[in-house]
Design a protein around this ligand. Structure first.
Ligand SMILES: NC(=O)c1ccc[n+]([C@@H]2O[C@H](COP(=O)([O-])OP(=O)(O)OC[C@H]3O[C@@H](n4cnc5c(N)ncnc54)[C@H](OP(=O)(O)O)[C@@H]3O)[C@@H](O)[C@H]2O)c1
Length: 248
């Protein structure tokens, strides 16, 4: 799918929400938004780490498990009074290992956190975002192209990418950006037993900078690092070459 640039619609000072802000990419995005969004609402599960980020960014922190209806409702309520112009969905979990060995609870947990939660949260905030002619960012992954050893995670991220494509077509007045990072140096890798050094890890702040640049420029998709976009082009043009070159 090709995407032209969208018009950027989120001025500095608009209310913003960042999920997954207690760690990694979400934290880096929240830190870059400090002083640029008003108010800034940040959310995560770990109260201590979230407090530290909220304190450093002047944000309002909401501790919530986004896989629960109550958790999402608490986040929506925190945004409620001001509306929301920019929503960044960075919360997510991974799962590495052969699909033959994956247990059913892991499948449920990955799909709940990486697909159902951002879709449901977007649904709840959508009227506000449309009213604000705002912008929604989905932090997907290069795994959206399909990566061996990450079948469930790949399915969730591909679903998220396609959800974003559909929203972009449906509501041209809202900016929708999908971020597809390769390997990022965050606690995510150790938490889920990943052993990935290829492609070379990039910093969470590099992903944050690329994300906010993509919002400002109204980009539909951004790969980080940018050269990873080649993988997407090859997958479309020469699927056999893509399969041959993919790590197994
Ligand atoms: N790191 C990578 O190599 C990489 C590559 C491509 C894409 N990504 C994607 O980038 C996003 C951010 O990952 P990261 O690397 O920054 O990972 P991270 O450092 O582990 O941070 C993940 C964040 O998501 C939050 N989260 C997880 N499950 C949640 C739930 N059920 N409810 C609410 N919050 C939840 C975590 O909250 P707590 O810590 O408070 O529990 C944390 O703030 C994820 O969507 C991930 O799939 C990461």
């Amino acid at each position: 799918m090709t995407h032209g640039p969208q018009r950027s619609r989120v001025p500095d000072g608009a209310p913003a929400l960042v999920t997954g802000a207690s760690s990694g990419i979400g934290e880096a995005i929240a830190r870059r938004l400090a002083g640029r969004a008003s108010p800034l609402v940040v959310t995560g599960r770990d109260p201590g780490r979230l407090d530290a980020v909220a304190g450093a960014t002047g944000a309002h922190g909401v501790v919530a498990d986004l896989t629960t209806t109550a958790g999402r409702a608490a986040v929506v309520a925190a945004c409620g009074a001001h509306g929301v112009g920019l929503v960044v969905h960075a919360a997510g979990v991974g799962a590495a290992g052969p699909f033959s060995g994956v247990d059913p609870d892991t499948v449920d947990a990955v799909l709940a956190a990486d697909l159902v939660a951002p879709v449901q949260l977007t649904r709840a905030l959508w009227p506000d975002v449309v009213r604000a002619r705002g912008h929604v960012v989905f932090v997907a992954s290069i795994a959206a192209l399909g990566v061996a050893g990450e079948a469930t995670y790949s399915a969730a991220k591909a679903g998220l990418r396609t959800f974003a494509d559909a929203l972009r077509l449906e509501e041209p007045d809202v900016g929708v950006t999908t971020v597809l990072p390769g390997v990022v140096d965050t606690p995510f890798l150790a938490r889920r037993g990943y052993d990935r050094s290829v492609p070379r890890p990039v910093s969470a702040d590099r992903v944050a900078a690329a994300t906010l640049r993509a919002v400002e420029r109204g980009r539909a998709e951004v790969f980080v690092p940018r050269w990873l976009q080649v993988a997407s082009v090859v997958q479309g043009a020469a699927p056999a070459v893509f399969r041959w070159a993919s790590p197994s």
